[in-house]
Design a protein around this ligand. Structure first.
Ligand code: F6R
Length: 235
């Protein structure tokens, strides 16, 4: 494609197929599914493509109406989650092409996908999965921008503007990390609270859901007697 701004050869699906796509399906579990819900907004807003997000564990039980005109995006940090793997196999069986977004190079789900986008977030060592989530959202944003470019749904200037915003993120992240003392004080103040509400609208809604999941995971571990961060992470 001439004059492209984003290049994503790893998608390994032809421009022709991407241009005639009718819908995107996302399958994932836990935190990866929350990233997928944020991706749904991006696909719909940037690439003008309808997107559906499923719990991987439910996908095969609803006889998904998919085929070659849809692609299935399989999001997984580990690339080995059993439910996500069976959803991917079901999508392939139905004729859908699959693109994996995975953190682990050469994982089963990555190997079985038509295209793979790696998050390269480094190994997840302690619960809860946080940097994987951030990296998945970054990759979904790039993929949505790429689809918008291929389908000519976005002007070059608008796409450049979005990429500029993306490149500004590391600096913004550094600013957030400087609030760690303030976070410690807040944690100390609220550590005995028994209920929390996480609120968010639009693309912040899945972020709120993931915040809630993180707090549940960490306080559950703590209740089991392990200091948060020292327990082995399962995925
Ligand atoms: C959350 C967490 C789990 C995983 C889920 C999917 O902090 O670690 O909810 O997100 O088990 O795992 P992957 O992404 O490896 O498929």
């Amino acid at each position: 494609m001439a004059g492209e701004i984003l290049i994503a050869d790893e998608v390994r699906i032809s421009f022709e197929e991407l241009r005639t796509l009718r819908r995107i399906n996302v399958v994932a579990s836990g935190t990866s599914r929350h990233a997928g819900l944020a991706g749904q907004y991006m696909f719909q807003q940037l690439a003008n493509l309808p997107a559906e997000v499923d719990y991987a564990s439910e996908f095969e039980y609803r006889n998904p109406q998919i085929g070659r005109a849809e692609i299935t995006i399989v999001i997984t940090q580990s690339g080995e989650t059993a439910d996500t793997m069976s959803a991917q196999r079901m999508a392939k069986q139905k004729g859908s092409r699959t693109i994996a977004i995975s953190n682990v190079v050469g994982s089963t789900i990555a190997r079985e996908a038509d295209g793979v986008l790696y998050t390269h977030a480094g190994p997840e060592i302690s619960i809860a999965s946080t940097k994987a989530f951030t990296a998945q959202i970054g990759v979904l944003f790039l993929l949505a921008g790429y689809l918008a470019q291929v389908r000519e749904e976005i002007s070059r200037d608008a796409l450049r503007g979005w990429i500029k915003e993306l490149l500004a993120l590391p600096e913004k992240t550094r600013t957030v990390l400087k609030t760690s003392d303030q976070c410690r004080q807040l944690a100390d103040r609220f550590r005995k609270s028994e209920d929390f509400l996480f609120l968010g609208r639009a693309i912040h809604y899945p972020v709120a859901m993931d915040g809630a999941l993180k707090l549940k995971e960490v306080s559950y571990i703590h209740a089991e007697g392990y200091p948060a961060g020292e327990a082995k992470h399962g995925s």
